[in-house]
Design a protein around this ligand. Structure first.
Ligand SMILES: [Zn+2]
Length: 80
């Protein structure tokens, strides 16, 4: 990582991605297991996680362009 802040922001982003993916899987499993509905809470969690993921990515991009480094690493990193 180019600097400590990049490192911190990357970890936050990766955690946010992981959490989003985890909640999506949980929602899919819940939907597959039941057809009664009632998944509003879980859907809300998924969209909250999606927002946190987007925010973490924005924070990372903003830091990288402000600091003038790391743009290549973001482009090279596969998006899940
Ligand atoms: Zn940095």
């Amino acid at each position: 990582m180019p600097c400590d802040e990049c490192d911190t922001l990357w970890r936050a982003y990766e955690n946010a991605v992981f959490e989003h993916v985890r909640l999506c899987s949980k929602l899919k499993l819940a939907l597959a297991a039941n057809s009664d509905g009632g998944f509003d809470d879980l859907s809300f969690e998924v969209s909250s996680a999606e927002n946190r993921r987007a925010e973490a990515r924005t924070a990372l991009s903003r830091h990288e362009s402000a600091a003038g480094h790391g743009a290549a690493s973001l482009a090279a990193k596969p998006t899940i």
